[in-house]
Design a protein around this ligand. Structure first.
Ligand SMILES: [Zn+2]
Length: 385
């Protein structure tokens, strides 16, 4: 059974210019709990006292979701996370030869000792704590280093090994395939009789975060990271709504309350200052709006002619908009939707001309505006008599 970890409050807050106040963090966490994500990554308590306080209040809410904190491979960070009362910590440390030599001035064995010491320390204080270890930039680090560090981490008590595509480097179907990477890592660990949960953290620099996450799913990964609106560093990570809908509809992993997604996205968008693009899959304003003439006509007969997802799984409604592409059939269908069944042909042609003129100015006419156009045309015709 796949787990979803939401990182809107941790990775999402690494989006340039994004900060959620404590009460907004709590509101976001409550919606994530209602949606049913397995782990809420609430923040890195070491970063500021405000984040520490927010992580603590979220952890004390008594959610069904496990509340987690980020932590460097340092006992101080672990202490602060445990003080918050979290049930999960994510420890990270790089294992690439180049970074270890140039940034940390350490060799791999020293790094592994630091990682395993911290894991043992945390596990010793709280034996039921879920510990994830992430070799930073996993997929671009030497594979043998990743295996060595991951194996040592699991032996020290880590429950989850996370494969991080920190720079969105992986491309499905190439020699940088996430499917191949996860399969190979699982094999290597299995040969050492180690069977941790495997997580995947995919960045979206090339636009493949979701594709790579699904590739990882196919390889048997146990946890997928995501964030509302796909927020995160640079181009962000996997979009939570797209992931949950795809897992539900296409992979039969049906256990999330998708009807809360719109509320979550509105809240996150408002307080991150990042608008949801109109054409964004699942949550965008246009995601279930039919506009082009032939589409509207076909969709009015059977919506599935031009949809592969039902808007009602999200509690959203299908809508129709008219513009310069609309024909008389689309207009009549739209008139029917607003209970305007008695308009004669002459009036209908006048309404259509108005609609096309609005469309040519780069706007669409929704059903609300259509009512106003109909009223204006009726008024004008009456007055002209
Ligand atoms: Zn990240």
């Amino acid at each position: 059974m796949i787990w979803v970890l939401d990182s809107t409050l941790r990775e999402g807050e690494q989006t340039p210019g994004v900060y959620f106040d404590k009460h907004i963090k709590l509101a976001i966490a409550s919606l994530l709990d209602e949606i049913g994500v397995n782990i809420i990554e609430a923040g890195h308590p070491m970063v500021t006292p405000e984040i520490h306080a927010a992580v603590k209040s979220i952890a004390q809410k008594g959610f069904k979701s496990i509340v987690g904190a980020h932590s460097r491979s340092l006992k101080n960070d672990v202490d602060l996370a445990l003080e918050c009362g979290v049930g999960f910590i994510g420890i990270f440390y790089c294992v690439s030869d180049e970074r270890l030599a140039n940034v940390f001035k350490k060799d791999l064995d020293d790094a592994i000792k630091q990682i395993t010491d911290v894991i043992k320390y945390a596990k010793n204080i709280k034996p039921d704590l879920l510990i994830r270890y992430t070799p930073e930039d996993t997929v671009r680090s030497q594979f043998e280093n990743v295996v060595k560090a991951a194996a040592a981490a699991v032996e020290a008590g880590a429950d989850i090994i996370s494969v991080a595509d920190t720079t969105g480097y992986m491309v499905p179907g190439t020699d940088r395939s996430m499917y191949d990477y996860i399969s190979k890592l699982k094999d290597e660990l299995a040969q050492r009789k180690l069977f941790p949960k495997i997580a995947v953290h995919c960045h979206n620099d090339r636009g493949f975060a979701l594709a790579n996450a699904l590739d990882a799913y196919r390889a048997g990964v146990d946890v997928i990271d995501a964030a509302a609106l796909g927020l995160g560093e640079r181009a962000g990570i996997v979009d939570l709504a797209q992931l949950l809908v795809t897992l539900t509809v296409d992979y039969n992993e049906n256990r999330w309350n998708l009807k809360k997604i719109t509320e979550l996205y509105d809240l996150v968008s408002k307080h991150s200052g990042i608008p949801i693009p109109a054409n964004y899959p699942i949550t965008g304003r246009n995601a279930f709006t039919h506009c082009a003439g032939v589409h509207t006509h076909a969709a009015s007969i059977n919506p599935m002619h031009y949809e592969s997802l039902h808007p009602d799984i999200l509690g959203r409604a299908r809508s129709f908009a008219l513009d310069h592409m609309s024909g008389i059939a689309s207009l009549r269908y739209a008139l029917n939707l607003i209970d305007e069944n008695s308009l004669d042909d002459d009036h209908q042609q006048s309404v259509l001309a108005e609609v096309k003129s609005v469309g040519q100015r780069g706007r669409t006419v929704d059903l609300e505006e259509l009512k106003h156009i109909v009223d204006a045309v009726k008024h004008h015709k009456t007055y002209a008599k």
